[in-house]
Design a protein around this ligand. Sequence first.
Ligand SMILES: *Cc1c(COP(=O)(O)O)cnc(C)c1O
Length: 368
Amino acid sequence: MKIAPYNFTALHDEQYRREYLSRVEEILKNNSFIEGPYNESFEKEFANAHGVSHCLLVANGTDALEISLKVLGVQPGDLVGVPGITFYATAEAVLNIGAKPVLIDIDEATGLMCLNSLKEVHQNHPLKAIIPVHIYGLPVSMEGINSFCSSEKIAVIEDAAQAHGALYPYNKKPVGHGNNLTTFSFYPTKNLSAHGDAGCILTNDDELARKIIIERNHGRTDEQALGRNSRCDHMQAAALHLKLKNVDKYNQRRKELAKRYHQNLKELSISLIPDEYLELSSWHLYPVQLETSEKRVELAHFLKERGIGSMPFYEKSLQQEPPLAHFPGQYEKANAMAGKRLCLPLHPFLSDEEVDEVSAVVKEFLNL
Ligand SMILES: *Cc1c(COP(=O)(O)O)cnc(C)c1O
């Protein structure tokens, strides 16, 4: 049996294709290529689903981060805290606006930004902003981070590229609810996905929303500001709007499957995400952690021989990426975790039996 990490054929099934293609017909008939009615409907519904006043679609998740940094007033040379374990784009956005990343260490059990490390790093490297990342779909507990940052006047942008539908541990509200800017990516592999690139920013702040609208469309306004092109095209918005109605159902199925893995694997000599995240994560990915990175490579190979795909996220910490190696901060725990995690197949179209089979192969490997 072949088990792949994604199943786009099932995601874009007959019914979906029929509905999407009729939207494409309509868009071609109306010549409404950019920022059309589906952009507006999606923005309204996605904002409502998160209980915030604005959702602004942009061209991709990295632009969403860059634009957020810019509208918050982060200037070239400013210091921006990023967690040691994340997808590279989080730090790339900081570098692209000319600001300087500072590494914040992670919590060993989750891989999420650690509040104590944030406090220590800020003492020596005064931060203008931070970007906590809800990596793998695991929600960062924002309560402590928010209160520290508001007393220290540090701007907060939440990178929720992997966390559509994840719930904050302290109030069980969806990630993106609240007063921070929160960015999403709709890259094709994410929990909510376009057929190409797209992203968005959530905010409760009318003035920031106005600035984002100006920035994403060449700075066009009476003031003639300088912006960029980061519009989301209408075909992507039409897909996102159509897929929005299934995202909760699919996330629910991801959760069931994650619980099944957890049940199957919990007695084995392998580290899992702590139990309390079972109900809270969006389960974008299902990471397990091996004792060494050599073991992780061996397990990936063992799975592959049985036709099972897996993903080594994240093989390197940010500090181990050459363009970031010389930036300051704390990264001991991030470096210790890097390379040890392997993400097992997890998507809403896996069967219970497939999860059991992957689990059995992992068990066999560990008992060798
Ligand atoms: C996917 C991703 C991004 C970047 O999104 P793009 O749409 O590819 O630009 C940023 N941060 C994280 C954590 C991601 O997973």
